[in-house]
Design a protein around this ligand. Structure first.
Ligand code: F6P
Length: 375
């Protein structure tokens, strides 16, 4: 029977992390009599053995607080920055786990954290994970906590941008987070009534976007809201990237040519960095309308979690405690309908849950005349 349980939060923070820590902790202590040790700042805290004892007192009053009371970092066990070097510190983490006589380690995080947790489980630790990220891109779960809150913030921002865009007869290009998945931009764009929504899953043609804006203008709407995902790319860049990728693969045995293809890809990725600003400038030129850019950035990740995220984090957290009690490890506690399901980590890592092209949000957007940049 599990007695000592470690817990850490890793990767970018997201609303609902504290609700999940509370859910795991309260159920583990109250229902199963376990003791909980928190590690500070993700895997770095596990390496440095920086801990905080989580009792009922520490777990109380944190449900509504944003961020994570444990702190977080993007450090990886096998590629840990130490001084000016990067080292594999997996064994040091295994030692910390042993020193505390842990029976289980709970890792809360997104895709990267699932990978790092899987790595630790392959080194013999009893690992169990929860899926959090505002990007909603973790494979194997219906949803991640943090997404609903970010969706609400981004939708409210788009709502507010309408009146200023309308008053000035302008285009407003609003950039949403989401990494390489379009859930946030598509969801908020649809809920906020954006006229154009650009997501990584559908490379866009700027001329198609400009024509959609001009069409609105001809119909008497002199303003347009363009919701663009930070990972959205134009058709030209998408083609150039896949050409460079193919060159890299084809020249796997020729180091010189492979390096050239890699450099090409890196250059294209740099060009993508101010993609939203470039898009706005192109739209000004093509439509003759003034355009402004709003980048919502980390606002989408901050502050109190929504009710839906608190519920999701609490039910996944308590299900996690139950699984620890049953000795179920090497899994992610996934949201499945109203319940929770243990999904083996090897089925989660190395995959990204992007928006399927036949998803109902995409169909609905097309049917109400939203331009997705591709036709
Ligand atoms: O994964 C969450 C996320 O907010 C992404 O949407 C975004 O690309 C990234 O993290 C930003 O990371 P950081 O906070 O490290 O700049």
């Amino acid at each position: 029977m599990a007695q000592f349980v470690g817990i850490l939060t890793a990767g970018g923070d997201s609303p609902g992390l504290n609700a999940a820590i509370r859910g795991v902790g309260k159920a583990a202590i109250g229902a199963y009599g376990m003791q909980i040790i928190g590690f500070r700042d993700g895997f770095r805290g596990l390496m440095q053995d920086r801990t905080v004892r989580l009792t009922g007192a520490e777990l109380s009053g944190i449900l509504t607080i944003g961020g994570t009371i444990l702190g977080t970092s993007r450090d990886k066990p096998h590629k840990m920055p130490v001084g000016d070097q990067t080292m594999d510190m997996t064994n040091v983490m295994v030692e910390t786990y042993m020193r505390h006589h842990l029976d289980a380690l709970v890792c809360l995080g997104g895709g990267g954290t699932q990978k790092n947790a899987y790595h630790l489980s392959q080194h013999g630790l009893n690992v169990i994970t929860l899926p959090k990220t505002i990007d909603n891109d973790v494979s194997g779960t219906d949803m991640t906590f943090g997404f609903d809150t970010a969706l609400g913030i981004a939708t409210e921002a788009i709502d507010r941008l309408h009146s200023t865009a309308h008053s000035h007869h302008r285009i407003i290009v609003v950039e949403l987070m989401g990494h390489n998945a379009g859930w946030l931009a598509l969801g908020a764009g649809l809920a906020g009534g954006a006229d154009v929504i650009l997501i990584p899953e559908i490379p866009y043609d700027v001329n198609v976007v400009a024509e959609a804006i001009r069409r609105r203008q001809r119909r008497g709407s002199g303003f347009s809201i363009v919701a663009v995902s930070e990972g959205a790319i134009s058709k030209e860049i998408a083609q150039a990237l896949s050409k460079a990728e193919a060159e890299k693969k084809a020249n796997n045995d020729d180091e010189k040519k492979k390096a050239k293809a890699k450099a090409k890809m890196a250059k294209l990725k740099v060009a993508l960095q101010d993609g939203t600003l470039q898009l706005s400038r192109q739209l000004e030129e093509l439509t003759g309308l003034e355009s402004r850019v709003t980048i919502l950035g980390h606002l989408q990740r901050g502050g109190t979690p929504s009710a839906a995220d608190r519920l999701l984090a609490t039910r996944l957290g308590t299900a996690c405690a139950e699984m620890i009690q049953k000795g179920v490890f090497g899994v992610m506690v996934a949201a499945r309908g109203d319940g929770a399901e243990a999904v083996p980590l090897e089925q989660v890592v190395g995959r990204r849950r992007t928006v399927p092209l036949d998803h109902s949000w995409i169909t609905a957007a097309r049917e109400i005349g939203v331009c997705l940049g591709d036709d």
